[in-house]
Design a binder for this molecule. Structure first.
Ligand SMILES: *[C@@H]1O[C@H](CO)[C@@H](O)[C@H](O)[C@H]1NC(C)=O
Length: 451
């Protein structure tokens, strides 16, 4: 939210550290990545191509692991990137069932196919629309991927993924940012993150520049016709939104049944908004919590829409609130009332690291936790124990061995994001330094998988 000094004063009075701004967070990360660059972390041939390796006695090759096998790996340099530095990832399942991923890199988006044995094949790439940037984010609706970036004047690339279906992998294709795009939407220039709501064909770009006119809040783009995206509205009341999940609501708060609701992660608050009317969205609540340092991302527990999980990106870094021990801390929010959500508990990982993105599938939260890599947490106990006491880690794959000798570190290195929604069950993890990992969880399912 971060709209007034009044709020900051109230937050400080409540005994919690004031949350940081995006500008400060960006500065911290740029510093870290400049040091990494200096140390050669993105150099060519810095990392080895690695064959599929099972997790045995806590190790898959050089990677620490538990109940997660390595099935495939492609380095950023093997996916046509000349900056060799990764960021977001999303997946696409073709109408015929083939599975593909769009892998974010600072200089573009790589396309890979995930084969039935879990291996990955590079097919080609779409370069950045303007310059390179550490931030690139993509989501898929139907057969199109929508790509935004913090790169100046980037806009929203719209790319038809069916173009990947007949590529011969022996000659990967570099697509044109003019003739191969379905559309390039320039209603905004830079953006931090792209949120997609498949059910309403809406893209919500967040963290757009002030000049785009939405104060960095939800910049709504109607992509019903992917070839001609149309601005549908703006939510600027809560200021900068860092990420969001939007749904057609069917949870316990029957006042909002059938409404389009977004859960916005707003730097120092969880904001719940009704965006049914694009021209006059309504904020239903804005709630902060002990330890709020940089409210980053989150995901609903399941389709009953009673709980959500939230991650804060700076609580571990600064050691704020419950994260004073720097163990990755996940917040549980009871959203039974959309106007009065309550923070009901936390979960702390056994690992020291910052959290970045998490998605929940069938009672398991797949967390991309920077230096501790993929962490799989059984979250199915939340409805019976909303204080978080029943949560447990059931598997992990640590894609960043460099900090192992320290017992982990709360730093902005390692994995950026994870895509756990493929029917095949393979989970893709994009690491900043190394490349994309195809992983298979081999442990037990959640005790209670509600969907
Ligand atoms: C989106 O565009 C479609 C087709 O042009 C239109 O029918 C629909 O009402 C639009 N939705 C919104 C929310 O503007």
């Amino acid at each position: 939210m971060k709209t007034s000094t009044f709020l900051a004063a109230v937050t400080a009075f409540a005994g919690t550290a004031a949350a940081e701004s995006m500008a400060k967070l960006r500065e911290l990360k740029i510093d870290t990545w400049a040091r990494q660059h200096e140390a050669g972390a993105y150099d060519i041939d810095r990392y080895q191509a690695t064959a599929a390796t099972s997790c045995v006695n806590g190790k898959a090759g050089e990677y620490q692991c538990s109940n997660v096998d390595l099935k495939g790996f492609l380095r950023h340099q093997d996916m046509g990137s000349s900056t060799r530095k990764g960021n977001d990832i999303w997946g696409w399942t073709a109408p015929n069932g083939r599975e593909f991923a769009t892998v974010g890199q600072t200089d573009g988006t790589a396309f890979v196919e995930l084969l039935s044995d879990g291996s990955l094949v590079y097919l080609g790439r779409l370069p950045t629309q303007t310059t390179s940037s550490s931030w690139r984010d993509m989501k898929v609706i139907g057969n199109h991927v929508y790509i935004g970036s913090e790169a100046s004047n980037h806009g929203l690339q719209v790319f038809d993924l069916t173009k990947l279906l007949d590529i011969d992998p022996s000659s990967p294709k570099v697509f044109s940012t003019t003739s191969d795009l379905t559309a390039i939407y320039k209603g905004f220039g830079s953006s931090h993150n792209i949120v997609a709501h498949e059910e309403t064909n809406m893209i919500y770009a967040v963290g757009t520049a002030a000049s785009a006119g939405c104060r960095g809040g939800l910049f709504m783009v109607n992509v019903t016709n992917p070839a001609s995206p149309v601005k549908a509205g703006c939510l600027s009341a809560g200021g900068y939104v860092h990420d969001a999940q939007c749904v057609i609501y069917k949870g316990p708060d029957t006042r909002y049944t059938g409404k389009e609701i977004c859960f916005n992660f707003n730097e120092d608050t969880l904001d719940i908004v009704d965006v049914t009317s694009k021209s006059s969205p309504k904020t239903l609540s804005s709630k902060t919590y002990n330890g709020a340092s940089y409210t980053h991302q989150g995901w609903l527990l399941d389709s009953s829409m009673k709980y959500l999980l939230l991650d804060d990106e700076l609580d571990e870094y600064y050691g704020n609130g419950k994260a004073s021990n720097k163990k990755t801390t996940t917040y549980i929010v009871d959203i039974s009332s959309l106007t009065a959500p309550t923070f009901s508990g936390i979960y702390q990982s056994p690992a020291t690291s910052i959290d970045h993105n998490q998605y929940v599938v069938k009672g398991l939260s797949y967390q991309s936790n920077y230096g501790s890599g993929l962490r799989i947490v059984d979250v199915s106990s939340i409805p019976s124990k909303p204080d978080g006491s029943g949560l447990k880690q059931v598997g992990f794959f640590d894609c960043y061995p460099e900090d192992d000798s320290y017992g982990g570190r709360a730093e902005f290195t390692g994995s950026w994001s994870v895509y756990p929604f493929f029917k095949s069950g393979y989970v893709l993890l994009n690491s900043i330094e190394r490349g994309v990992f195809s992983l298979k969880y081999t442990g037990a399912g959640a005790a209670f998988a509600s969907e």
